[in-house]
Design a protein. Sequence first.
Length: 457
Amino acid sequence: MADLVTWAELGGSLAAIGGAAYARHAHPAAYWSTVGLPVSVARVLASYSSTMDACGLTVEPSRWRALAVKATTRREVRPVPPRRGLIRPTSTGLRLRLRLAPGQEPADVAASAERLRHAWGVHAVYVRDVKPGVVELRLVGYDVLRKVRMPRRTDAGPFRVPVALREDATAFVRDYRAVPHELVLGATLSGKSMYLRNLLTGLAGQPVVLVGIDCKRGVELAPFAPRLSALATDPEQAAELLPVLVTEMEDRYDLIKARQGIAPGAPAEEITSDVWGLPEDERPSPIVLFIDEVAELFLVATKKEEERRDEMVTQLIRLAQLGRAAGIYLEVCGQRFGAELGKGATMLRAQLTGRVCHRVNDEASAKMALGDIAPEAVSAACAIAPELPGLAVVGDTSGGWSRIRTPHLSLADAAATCRDTAHLAPDVPGLAPFRPYVPPVRLEESGPVAAPQPVTE
């Protein structure tokens, strides 16, 4: 009888271990909430001092503390770790704040992040500078980018769109006021279109003028036509649309000068204010220009197309240089974007502050996106696996970078959002000729349709 009980207990233990291993692989969020969280808290509490000492993050105590220890306990004076705050559990990990000792800096803790990850058995450890002398450790319990779940609370707002999830489990927010223009690169099936889809639907619910240039005959942006104020589907239409946007930008500069009392002949480059300084009832709606496959605007085959290309590139550079103050922002997407496209490509890229690099086919493409702002991020972009569409490396001109992944959004749901928010599209008279045609929605009757009967006397 005792042997049966022993075998039953052993079978139950093996089943529990197997179930935990399956939950950790298939449902990491549930596993973290039930098993990983209490285990990690226990590890941090039990090994905090020894781990800090092993990582070289302890310092000699002050003279008064050493004297007090010797006088009260008669034991050896040992180095002290940074003072730890309360441990705050989250749905994806832990957060705790450390008060640095005199002589320490946040870089010292950041250099030991990989050691802390292994010591406490978590997926990753990230260090954030909160204020002088205080840093925050964000411990992530599992790979949050494998199955993206956006946080419930995001720092969204006017002209701020949470579009992806960072590897530290925070939302990546596309802020047009802070980063006016952006370059999005990625090979075929890398998730570039999904990023654009999430961004478009996030802006659809705001009073923003959405303009698209899609030289693939509109197959990428045509589903969002109800919400677009203008759409060009080939280089010829783009050559007609861009001068209208430049004229709109100049009209907005005239509005700013008239409001501020500046002489009408003053150059636009000397105006330091922007449309956001105007009263709300006089402020024109911001414009976001989406360009899909920007290389199609640069490729030419004849002399006439080369002249048209030069005009379009000049207008794009003007919009990138002067458009921010007029409330005009660029979202440029493509597979490659470098000097080999032709004259003006490098100059235009230099004006695009934000950079998002999905999986690319060669290292040169990653260098085009990130090499001039964050060289260490190039290797991270080249390591993106094909089985992880939507994974990207994002950076800006400040030099910082991180990995993000866009959540899946079906084309039908995105198109439905644009249809529901079509009434929010601001009216811009200059863009009326480029408004895409939207066919009426056919209403299906609930019952069978009766066949027409012939008319008789």
